[in-house]
Design a protein around this ligand. Sequence first.
Ligand SMILES: O=P(O)(O)OP(=O)(O)OP(=O)(O)OC[C@H]1O[C@@H](n2cnc3c(O)ncnc32)[C@H](O)[C@@H]1O
Length: 178
Amino acid sequence: MRVVVGSHNPAKIEAVHTAFEKMGLEANITGVDVETGVSAQPFTDEETIEGAIHRAENSLNAQDGEVVDFGIGLEGGVVETPYGLFVCNWGAVVSKDGVVGIGGGHRVQLPDTIAQELREGRELGPVMDRWAGGHDIKKREGAIGVLTNHRITRVTMFRDVVICAFARFSNPQFYVGT
Ligand SMILES: O=P(O)(O)OP(=O)(O)OP(=O)(O)OC[C@H]1O[C@@H](n2cnc3c(O)ncnc32)[C@H](O)[C@@H]1O
């Protein structure tokens, strides 16, 4: 099966590889840079889901006539709650016939100092690098990896997001009419 991921972020590509391994599916997986159609730092679940869907759809369309079975979009964002700002993560799988599966991931509460910088308009990636003293954390363990001491990483989190988004294709009989 041919799968295209709407990103070159190595954490996302590795997550898709490990998801397919875990699902026991053989796939040729590549990444492509696509537009997300949402802001660089999505600030709601809805905007983050929209970004994931756009990435998945644009991945399918980027392949110029080549047959691709699934486009996959993985998007990170943040959500405001009465208990503070949380990182949120969403994934979308779009099949070549246009069926869309969506899955969500863990949420981790951001420290107030980081949350405040995001509310002022900065992006989580560079803020996290500065705060944790790392480089390109978003391409490796992610904020979730830093904050959980690597017990959950961006790779394992997005791996599970892909498996959840794939539920519709793993069990189509449960989704008839939806
Ligand atoms: O190369 P792409 O696929 O665009 O990957 P990205 O990490 O830059 O883009 P996302 O859409 O996944 O994330 C949106 C923003 O949130 C940041 N972000 C999201 N989750 C993060 C995490 O776990 N750790 C660090 N930054 C994160 C990221 O840096 C972006 O600024």
